[in-house]
Design a protein around this ligand. Structure first.
Ligand code: SF4
Length: 712
């Protein structure tokens, strides 16, 4: 790159699942380790039309090389790439020979680009021969995936962001959109300003910044979302407000789902009591739903991170099916993902229970299809271990070697301290990361320096199925390499053919070709129109929403407009829901529900955003929010340091500063998830989260630990 690039380079934000387009201009690269760039929103990108939030607009301040991993390392010694890659390949082979294919695992990330993700999945599932590859996206949206698959027969988000602007009613469930997905929030706010008659309902046990936009805030008891939505279904049927023609033509299972809802949540007084709402609030909500056909339900971690997250998402989807509010402008159930490429990971089969291109282990034909396409010598035949089970298997000594790529599970997994202890026991821990010092790199036997945002090329898919390019605009440290390159090098050393890609464009073409391989419209994920894309067109690829195929060469805004679904019958499925409460319960010794989540200005474990003084200024230390009456009862003062102790994770404690606020519901406390041992001596809140998961999705219940709070 020259000292100054006059042309702006279009890329995509490295942070949340909104997937905003950016325009980067390199202003000064005379010092390669501290290049100066100007970051603007890309006015032509359909996710953000030029806007960026504070995190995105500060991304240019995070690209210096401070703290970067600068060379491959084995047992703490800097070594050559050949040495490190040989060590990884040899150990993986030795473990496979001695203990079998399931004794190795990959744990990857929604931060990976689609092409990296594709290669990782191909190597593990087709060549190593195990499905033990899971991802931190398991912690983010796995419940939404299973909810879609149960209802639609496919992991397919029906909506576009545009639907949020076209809706008359937006119900935001379990999401502080204003902080976690700021540009989506701004789009809703702008639409509401233009059409003040648009209504917004926020369903959240906390009063968050998102509630500023709400006509109605339902401060429900934690974990009662499915009761609320069963109640809505029952009310709509009673009011004759269901679309019986749609139900008859395009769905199955309505009667049973309604019967469940009526028996369990047919009584408004009971729903109000169970959800800790007033009957008047509930009635107002029910009526809004009844009277507004153009309705989008926008949901995120408050729904997904639950021991019954799948059922919650299906309770929401049931409502849309009962009213035919799907596949049309301004309507649909819309799960929004946390990470920039959680969707891309789903597309390539980055979850342990998926195959590439949205195919499934449950279908032997799919296994055969993928196996023949890859010419795979050792095709996995069944699901691998999901994240929580995978680290448990490491702890049990069943997994002997693990490769962790671009993620920090020692901080972000539930029961995080147990993950640390499991990795200490593992025979070989390989960590690919761009940063030298994280809680997880500390555990590594082999460290592989990775290129990162701004230094790599590839694609990501955002929450509304838009595939966008990330483009390189600076060079990384000399020794850092792209993740796909690292994976291919290990694959070749293990003797596998099919990993000699010359560029990311070649990987993308293969991924696109697989999506269309023997796919005669039976599978939702299809980008086969891009299977022969030239290197030049790939370089210039504009954002597009999949499917991108013969029928939709320019992409597709909404799915299911024709009322056809990917189930065996072609009809959408109602799921009868029996609401379950969170499994961990408070008691007199441990009286608080612990809820975790994002801050406005931080991202994950702060390795990037923690570099920016402006972002740190928003909240510069770990806090715990508590209602004033609870603080008084505990004899605690605003601003004092307190200790949080978990009911089930008693060996670990978190020290935080008390933030007494009436935004917090009584009986629960909130702690941001970002702080790690790198930033606070005992600040890893995920160490207090028990490893309780949804039985269908394997997603942990990160919104509902049980703690006590004491003075420090
Ligand atoms: Fe980046 Fe998300 Fe902010 Fe958009 S909303 S700029 S994707 S962090």
């Amino acid at each position: 790159l020259s000292c100054q690039t006059k042309e702006a380079i279009q890329t995509t934000c490295p942070y949340c699942g909104v997937g905003c387009g950016m325009q980067i201009t390199v202003q000064d690269n005379s010092n390669p380790s501290a290049v100066k760039v100007k970051v603007l929103g890309d006015k032509s990108h359909p996710a953000n039309f030029g806007k960026l939030c504070v995190k995105g607009s500060s991304a240019g301040e995070t690209i210096d090389f401070a703290g970067r991993m600068l060379s491959p390392q084995v047992n703490g010694e800097a070594v050559s790439w050949n040495h490190a890659l040989d060590a990884v390949a040899d150990k993986f082979q030795q473990v496979i020979d001695q203990y079998g294919r399931d004794a190795v695992a990959f744990y990857v990330s929604g931060q990976l680009l689609t092409e990296d993700y594709y290669v990782a999945n191909k190597l593990m599932k087709g060549f190593i021969g195990s499905a033990n590859i899971d991802t931190n996206s398991r912690l983010c949206m796995a419940s939404a995936v299973v909810g879609y698959k149960r209802a639609f027969g496919a992991d397919a988000v029906p909506c576009s962001y545009e639907d949020l602007e076209l809706a008359d009613l937006i119900v935001i469930i379990g999401s502080n959109t204003a902080w976690a997905h700021p540009i989506v929030y701004q789009r809703i706010a702008a639409a509401k300003k233009q059409r003040p008659q648009m209504k917004v309902v926020v369903v959240d046990p906390r009063r968050t910044a998102t509630c500023d936009l709400a006509d109605l805030h339902l401060q429900i008891a934690p974990g009662t979302d499915a009761m609320l939505f069963n109640g809505v279904l029952s009310y709509l049927a009673q009011q004759q407000a269901c679309d019986f023609s749609y139900i008859k033509q395009h769905t199955e299972g309505f009667d049973k789902a309604l019967q469940h809802a009526q028996i369990l949540q047919g009584d408004m007084n009971r729903v109000a009591k169970d959800c800790a709402l007033s009957v008047a609030e509930l009635e107002q909500f029910y009526q809004l739903v009844r009277d507004n056909q153009k309705m989008v339900s926008l949901y995120s971690q408050g729904v997904n991170q639950s021991s019954s997250g799948v059922d919650k998402s299906n309770a929401i989807i049931n409502l849309h099916l009962a009213t035919g509010r799907i596949g049309k402008e301004g309507m649909g159930p819309f799960s929004i993902t946390g990470q920039p490429n959680a969707m891309g990971g789903r597309e390539v089969g980055g979850l342990a229970n998926q195959l590439a291109a949205h195919m499934d282990f449950a279908n032997p034909e799919h296994i055969d299809t993928v196996s023949r396409f890859w010419q795979a010598p050792n095709m996995a035949q069944q699901n691998g271990l999901k994240a929580v089970d995978m680290f448990q298997a490491v702890n049990d000594g069943k997994i002997k070697a693990i490769w962790i790529i671009n993620t920090n599970p020692v901080v972000s997994m539930p029961d995080a301290q147990a993950v640390r202890e499991a990795l200490q026991k593992c025979e070989m821990v390989v960590v690919s990361d761009c940063m030298q010092c994280t809680d997880t790199t500390e555990m590594a036997d082999v460290l592989l320096p990775a290129l990162t945002w701004g230094e790599i090329d590839g694609t990501v898919t955002n929450s509304d199925r838009t595939i966008s390019r990330q483009r390189r605009f600076i060079n990384g440290p000399n020794q850092a390499r792209a993740d796909w390159w690292q994976l291919c090098q290990v694959a070749q050393r293990m003797g596998f053919a099919g990993f000699d890609y010359r560029s990311v464009a070649g990987i993308f073409r293969e991924h696109a070709a697989l999506s269309g391989f023997e796919n005669n419209g039976q599978r939702d994920f299809d980008i086969s129109a891009l299977a022969r894309i030239s290197d030049e067109d790939y370089q210039n690829l504009k954002p597009m929403q999949w499917p991108i195929n013969q029928a939709n060469p320019q992409g597709c805004k909404r799915l299911f407009a024709d009322g056809k679904f990917y189930t065996a019958s072609g009809k959408a499925q109602f799921i009868p829901i029996t609401p379950q409460l969170p499994r961990n319960r408070t008691d007199s010794e441990f009286p608080f529900v612990l809820n975790t989540g994002r801050l406005r200005d931080q991202w994950h474990t702060m390795t990037r955003t923690g570099k920016t003084a402006k972002l740190m200024a928003h909240r510069d230390e770990i806090t715990v929010a508590m209602h004033p009456q609870d603080a008084e009862k505990q004899n605690l003062q605003n601003g004092q340091l307190v200790v949080l102790l978990g009911k089930t994770q008693q060996a670990y404690r978190v020290i935080a500063r008390l933030d007494v606020t009436d935004q917090q519901a009584k009986g629960s406390v909130f702690v941001p998830m970002h702080w790690t041992r790198q930033f606070a001596s005992a600040g890893n809140v995920d160490a207090l989260i028990p490893a309780i998961t949804d039985p269908l999705s394997g997603q942990p219940e990160s919104k509902h630990a049980v703690v006590k709070v004491e003075p420090f």
